[in-house]
Design a protein. Structure first.
Lengths: 346, 346
């Protein structure tokens, strides 16, 4: 399977991206990875690190899209950038099944919509990271920033797409869907979530289990949590910031706590490493952009080789299991039902 | 100073409420606390715990408002409830300066608006807890759930009120105000936050320093973060849920990690207790309901005596420093300026 990788996107590009790609082909030698970016620099990384070039090919790209670029404008005008060229290969090479980038989220989303196009029937594609939970598998949070102003029908589509994604990723039959809201009671919410609640709870297309307070996202009581991109982003970043703050407070406490604390911390090193790893959802793969015609995985901007490798293997799995076909079928099925008609009026 | 306490509100009422009130009068014997609730049960708690009754008086109330009651309806119809009677005393006893309740948030807010009334010029009163930060003092998050659908002008008023609150609580001159948003760049946000950004950044009434991502609420880079009640609630609860999940993961790791982990955890007991205490913002007082004519402090539903005592002392401090007068003056001053005219159009 061929996967296109934007070798220049991300804070640690191209080095960590290239090393992650090399790790991925080592893990699965059926993979063919096309690295798009500054050819010489990429080849230098391969050589300097003694990586095998088997399974890796390089396509030169002279330009880079950064976080300072306007996403839509950059996709339109930076035709020689690694990201735009990666999209072009993804769309014109029939064998290319997926694309991975750790670059500007806005540009990856804009490029996905402009170059890859929406799946028929999907109102808005959405960004869906998988967060850790206290139970055996994670939870899909959808949307997380692609759509800041949403109609209730968009949230219904997010629920259908994320349910399909959760089925494939977690191997479960009937993912429990929650609606991110400011209380668990039915009547809770703002205008948007009240309308969305009605639509979600009235549909057989998903297994809607009710409102999810932000406090319960990580509880493991939900497999999917839907939200508009603004609220999903707030919930995600608040969780990230809190996890970071707590680790910092513990670290500061250990440093100022004298020898006893330092020894205690040494003895708990393994526990802290496990917790940090579990909370750092970025290291386990990327966020999938659901609802466009090919598999797009957005890896975190600070991704290191391990997380790039995980994102590539995740993209491969999603392409193998044909997430795009599943979404297309599920959305079609929903659109043909009566409740979709009600939803589209809202 | 006389403070009215709803002795029946909260999961651990009346016992922990009464004990907290007794602790408060012990800490400051100038306090007079009126405990409103089931007289016999309250007096039993005082007797059974050997508390001094000095500074404590009891007003009997036969009924209780619970979380299952509809807030507005309960305030209107449950006239014999401890909360409604507490509001009545607050409004009819001239010496009563503040009210503290750990009961239903919705009912406390409804009662505050219906019984205490808004301060003139305030578009919407707002709930403002103080969250911990990595720096020397906390951050006021306003609004946190009182107003789920907000106009930009409401957020401007939240900024003014919370700035006044931060000045009094933290003893700072010029609180740095951030707008909760999905990115730091000026152009980021949904329709609401884009308009609010314009209004906040164009006003001299506050020290607006820009957008605040949810990741940075606890950073200490802001003294006030304004949000609509829906998003503020999402951010707050996501932070709470993450802090709980992390502590649970650490605990589970220690238990399953054998003797070494258990000894390590024992040696770090003090550090963990400090972190837990710092993250548990509820134990340091309650959330102030800003913008109504008297001081209202909403203590967490699970409040124990320590946190009730802290809420009472906080209410006393706010009444002594006359937060209501400050808000009234600051809002008037703003309303007289030209930028308020622009804001009121939005």
């Amino acid at each position: 399977m061929k996967i296109v990788v934007d070798a220049m996107g991300g804070d640690l590009a191209p080095e960590q991206i290239v090393l992650g790609a090399a790790d991925a082909v080592k893990a699965d030698n059926s993979l063919e990875i096309v690295l798009v970016g500054a050819k010489e620099r990429i080849e230098d990384v391969i050589k300097a690190n003694g990586c095998s070039a088997d399974g890796l090919s390089v396509v030169d790209a002279a330009d880079v899209i950064t976080n300072d670029d306007s996403p839509t404008m950059a996709i339109k005008t930076k035709k020689e950038s690694s990201l735009v060229k990666a999209f072009d290969i993804l769309m014109h090479d029939e064998d290319a099944a997926a694309m991975v980038s750790a670059g500007s989220t806005g540009a990856v989303l804009a490029g996905s919509v402009m170059k890859v196009r929406r799946i028929k029937g999907v109102s808005r594609p959405a960004l869906a990271p998988i967060l850790p939970t206290l139970k055996e598998h994670g939870v899909v949070l959808c949307d997380c920033g692609a759509n800041v102003d949403c109609k209730p029908l968009y949230l219904m589509h997010f629920a259908i797409m994320a349910s399909g994604y959760a089925q494939l990723m977690f191997g479960i039959q009937n993912p429990r869907v929650g609606l991110l809201n400011n209380g668990v009671e039915e009547h809770k919410g703002n205008e948007q979530t009240k309308q969305a609640f009605e639509l979600l709870s009235g549909s057989d297309a998903i297994n809607f289990v009710g409102n999810c307070e932000a406090r319960d996202i990580l509880s493991g009581n939900f497999d999917v949590v839907v939200a508009d991109g603004f609220n999903g982003n707030i919930a995600l970043k608040s969780a990230e910031g809190t996890a970071e703050a707590m680790l910092k407070l513990i670290k500061d406490g250990v440093y100022s706590g004298g020898l006893k604390s330092k020894i205690g911390a040494l003895m708990l090193k393994g526990v802290f490493a496990d917790v940090k790893h579990k909370m750092d959802y970025n290291s386990n793969g990327g966020a999938c952009f659901l609802g466009v015609g090919k598999v797009i995985v957005k890896s975190h901007g600070a991704s290191k080789r391990k997380s790039i490798c995980a994102s590539i293997l995740q993209a491969q799995e999603l392409a193998q299991k044909d997430i795009c076909k599943k979404i297309s079928e599920d959305i079609s099925k929903y659109t043909e039902t009566a409740d979709a008609v009600a939803g589209s009026d809202q």
